[in-house]
Design a binder for this molecule. Sequence first.
Ligand code: ADP
Ligand code: MG
Length: 312
Amino acid sequence: MALTEFSLIQQFFVQQKPKNTSTALGIGDDCALLSVPVGYQLAITADTMVEGVHFFAGADPEQLGHKLLAVNLSDLASMGAKPLAVTLALTLPSVDADWLRCFSKGFLNLAEQYGVDLIGGDTTSGPLTLTVQAMGVVPNHKALLRSGAKVGDLIYMTGALGDAGLGLKINLGYQCPQPDAVLQHFNTPNPQIAAGLALIDVASACIDISDGLAADLGHILECSQVGACLEWEALPLSALVQRYIAETGDWAMPLTAGDDYQLCFTVSPDKVAQLKGEYTPIGIIEATPGLRLRKSGTVQAFVSKGYEHFSK
Ligand code: ADP
Ligand code: MG
């Protein structure tokens, strides 16, 4: 029997019990209800993934479910928000129960890991398009914005740079030994929620690296009306990314490739002592607008626009 929209939602997306106390009403009515605790603001974001644009046709549905949620939770992480709940809008070319089972498994496993409730959504037919709206809370006026960087602030990042970009290269045919670790970064990134929460009251500005470090740091620079100089030698590159650069000469890849979903943030010198965690200092905020890179002793301008959907 063909699955109706209602039974599809029941079968694959209704969770047993809400995981957090803010969820007053979950899936099943015209709206869900979310209680925002006193003293907090609601942080809201949405991201869409379109087949053929954001992922390859035939991509593993469990990994897609994970990545779709992860990229949205990453936006909450970059604001220093604690994730509470998400809605899921699915546009499907057909109802494929196996695909849905795997997709919802990847999605709900990650939701479980971060205590996030799936509280509603929409299901329609059409070209495969996946949208999540994520909601989290952040203490009043404490959200980490793009606009707070000041001249003299140090620039840091979580994790390593370029592994997801290398994962994409491998998917497109680049050969490298033991590719599993970098493919994991590309297929199933982990949102840096704990780091975002720890950076409240410490970072002056923060962004998640979705379109490439140069483009995303560029957003901080524009919003904060400052410039920056990055130290090439300080960039945290995995052994495989270093090997890729040595082999191809493509040293700009880690700066321009997207999908890392690490956080890039700035900290004023007097707050550096408050930084608790494994973060890598990669540069400094300067007064002269634009992004520069110091590499082998020389400073050069570095221009990258990141991926733009309507630029063709
Ligand atoms: P309406 O027509 O009132 O918008 P729907 O029939 O679209 O309601 O959805 C019924 C319920 O199922 C609603 O609570 C909606 O939020 C939820 N829902 C629909 N699609 C999804 C989905 N893909 N994931 C999670 N919840 C969904
Ligand atoms: Mg509807």
